[in-house]
Design a binder for this molecule. Structure first.
Ligand SMILES: [Zn+2]
Length: 457
């Protein structure tokens, strides 16, 4: 490494999770970033030239030093966000899914036909996620091309790694008459949207990517799903959709196609290495095999599953089978815009499943023993697992990976994270950060080496 290759460097303690279920803590690491925003090197005391490099970088004005209460951590990956639903986050979550969709969600999403309405809403959604440490987000937009492109432009302008999908929903028997598209027009719009995102000025490094986005099986006709499969192949696009989210969704697919959601997506060319299946509650063994074979990924959305899924997620089994899996906030099927909080929700979700809820049953029959997951596994999903799902080198401090990173300060103003050096091991500290992190603790955010949030200036 020569000084000229280094755009800037960060010196301090860091956490990350190279191995699922484990973590690495480096008390004093020097992370050097190149001119493309990728990690050039990660060195520690004892590596040759360590102190000399620090001195030279400092003299060149290229060094950021962390304080003792600051930790360098990978940026968080949110695999499932409905950006247009941010304005209704927190509303109606005590309703059944059908009522919540009809009374709140569809009327709100329909308003995005007006780009003037959409613009400030998307600005608020993206900047809120960034301030909470979300460096990559996989977004559902709406059926409207112009507003969906506005979301892509907003990600680009604010510097967030965005995966943006114009939604497809063309089955008139399943969609509200005020929020539905015609099949041929919807497909033409989708191809135009893909081309427009790829051609956005400033997107040469592909910070923002288009995503083929059938809302879910019931909202689309067979022709639509087939056409979207062809577009996926033509443009090597990412794909996102809802998969086996509820009893109703699962039964709809079985009744109309005689097969599961996963099998339908596979048949239509929509199950690929770059496919993200939100929820995926009711998976059969065959579904899991197909997902693993395709290298597709699951977006576990633990809090919204508690509201709408009718059952508990088999997170333990999915991790044990080594399926690609990350976490999603599922705004606004859940209201909290922080993937740190989603880690806590994922652990809570698995513990309720393990213990069960029916007090009339004996403890041995009440839950599903051995189904809990650890905080380290949840955090791995939020970082490394998310990176695998978006097929992008993020989530680790490793040479060649993009520098998508956060500075978490446990002594930030109004912090709830109380670290006690005599009592807390590095693992204790990491668990406290995961569970108690708030927006105010996220002091700086870099994406592809570019600083996009700086609360200390
Ligand atoms: Zn969703």
């Amino acid at each position: 490494m020569t000084l000229n290759q280094v755009q800037f460097a960060v010196l301090g303690q860091l956490f990350h999770t190279p191995v699922k279920g484990d973590f690495q803590y480096l008390p004093k690491a020097l992370v050097c970033i190149d001119s493309q925003g990728n990690i050039l090197s990660v060195t520690t005391a004892g590596d040759g030239q360590f102190e000399t490099n620090i001195q030279q970088l400092d003299q060149a004005g290229k060094l950021t030093r962390l304080t003792d209460s600051q930790y360098l951590m990978p940026g968080m990956v949110d695999l499932h966000v409905h950006a247009p639903q941010w304005p209704q986050a927190g509303k109606g979550l005590d309703l059944p899914l059908y009522d919540w969709l009809q009374d709140y969600t569809f009327p709100l999403e329909a308003k995005f036909a007006d780009n003037n309405f959409a613009t400030p809403m998307y600005q608020a959604a993206v900047s809120t996620l960034l301030a909470n440490g979300t460096t990559s987000a996989v977004y559902f937009a709406t059926i409207h091309n112009q507003a969906s492109l506005t979301l892509a432009k907003t990600c680009l302008a604010l510097g967030q790694r965005g995966f943006v999908g114009k939604i497809n929903m063309d089955d008139a028997s399943q969609c509200p008459d005020y929020y539905v598209e015609k099949t041929a027009q919807g497909l033409a719009d989708t191809e135009q949207f893909i081309q427009d995102v790829l051609a956005l000025p400033g997107n040469e490094q592909r910070l923002v990517s288009p995503v083929v986005t059938p809302r879910f099986v019931p909202s689309c006709t067979r022709e639509m799903l087939e056409g979207l499969g062809q577009l996926t192949a033509k443009y090597s696009c990412h794909v996102q959709t809802h998969c086996s989210e509820s009893d109703w969704a699962r039964d709809y697919s079985l009744e109309h196609y005689g097969k599961s959601d996963v099998a339908i997506y596979q048949e239509m060319g929509l199950l690929t290495r770059r496919t993200i299946l939100a929820h995926s509650i009711f998976l059969s063994d065959e579904d899991c095999r197909a997902i693993k074979q395709a290298g597709a990924s699951i977006a576990h959305c633990p809090l919204s599953n508690m509201y709408f899924a009718n059952a508990a997620m088999k997170t333990r089994e999915i991790l044990d089978q080594d399926l690609h899996a990350g976490l999603g906030t599922d705004i606004s099927g859940a209201p909290v815009p922080s993937v740190f909080h989603t880690c806590l929700d994922a652990v809570n979700h698995s513990r309720v499943r393990e213990d069960g809820t029916n007090t009339q049953l004996a403890a041995s029959q009440r839950g599903e023993s051995g189904s809990r997951i650890s905080f380290l596994e949840a955090y791995w999903m939020a970082t490394v697992g998310g990176g695998l799902a978006i097929d992008t080198k993020v989530g680790l401090f490793t040479p060649g990976y993009a520098f998508d990173a956060l500075i978490i300060d446990t002594c930030a103003p109004d912090s709830d994270i109380f670290i006690i050096d005599q009592l807390d091991t590095p693992r204790d500290k990491l668990e406290k950060i995961i569970t108690l992190n708030r927006r105010s603790n996220v002091r700086k955010v870099w994406i592809q080496g570019k600083q996009v949030v700086n609360k200390d200036c």
